[in-house]
Design a protein around this ligand. Structure first.
Ligand code: KIV
Length: 276
């Protein structure tokens, strides 16, 4: 079973950490079988699984349903629950209570975005209370409206130093790792090299201690948009479409179901009803 020490050990020995997202039971089973280092039940599920335009519409209670499903499918994996918008911003008590609900639902840790005094206090309280926290800096989708859109972060030395300073504060508060989203590879390299804890990149180049991407993106299942940093390993959308069209054609042409997929009625009963 992986723990937060696993991620530190992987960083320290130079082995990259491979994380992916999952929102449902059967995907979690596959990631578990692949022994992926950690599974994030990301709030990206608001867009990818529920079809919302952004991540603002998902609530803590909805997130818990998906965490429970993933926990049932991934019995041996380290599961991280993503704290949704406004589920931890009101007070430390609110954040701690909701983080506790995620752990009680099967998560082994939580992730939260940003860094300010409130977040630092919350990270401290969570870690003191037995809830490991993964930080998230750079582009933070829950702050998209104040950032002003999907903008690449950490493009100047001042901005990179500011992200590093935040990362150091999160590290000191007890975060076991930090997601770095959407920044030049060399910015993430500088930050990674100046931290003790691992960094997990998404659109942040190859120098992070590990990588995370949305599983539906790399499998080509979610096709609403494709960020530059996504590499498609399979085109599941096309494969699924092919299967669905074949099924439809077979139903229309009475090829499916065949005898193989049907149950037989006892010949005596057939005779009684005069069925040919
Ligand atoms: O919600 C999400 O999926 C994330 C990413 C880091 C993958 O936060």
């Amino acid at each position: 079973m992986k723990t937060i020490s696993t991620f530190q050990r992987l960083k320290d020995c130079g082995e990259k950490i491979a994380m992916l997202t999952a929102y449902d039971y059967s995907t979690a089973q596959v990631l578990d079988k692949a022994e992926i280092d950690a599974i994030l039940v990301g709030d990206s599920l608001a867009m990818v699984a529920l079809g919302y335009e952004n991540t603002y519409n998902i609530t803590i209670d909805e997130m818990l349903i998906f965490i429970k499903a993933v926990a049932r499918g991934a019995k041996n994996s380290f599961i991280i629950g993503d704290m949704p918008f406004m589920s931890y911003n009101l007070s430390v008590e609110q954040g701690l209570e909701n983080a506790g609900k995620m752990i009680a639902s099967g998560a082994n840790a939580v992730k939260l975005e940003g860094c300010n005094e409130h977040i630092i206090n919350l990270v401290k309280r969570c870690t003191e209370s037995g809830v490991p926290v993964l930080g998230h800096l750079g582009f933070t989708p829950q702050l998209m409206n104040t950032i002003g859109g999907h903008k690449i972060q950490g493009k100047t030395s001042d901005k990179i130093e500011a992200i590093l300073e935040s990362a150091k504060k999160l590290q000191a508060a007890g975060c076991f790792g930090i997601v770095l989203e959407l920044m030049p590879a060399d910015s993430a390299k500088y930050i990674t090299e100046n931290l003790k804890i691992p960094t997990i990149g998404i659109g942040a180049g190859k120098y992070c201690s590990g990588q995370i991407v949305v599983t539906d993106d790399i499998l080509g299942k979610f096709t609403d948009f494709a960020p530059k940093f996504v590499k498609k390993y399979i085109n599941l959308h096309d494969e699924v479409l092919k299967g669905v069209l074949e099924y439809k054609n077979e139903v229309k042409n009475e090829i499916f179901p065949s005898e193989n997929e049907s149950f037989e009625l006892n010949p005596e009963e057939k005779t009684k009803l005069n069925i040919q």
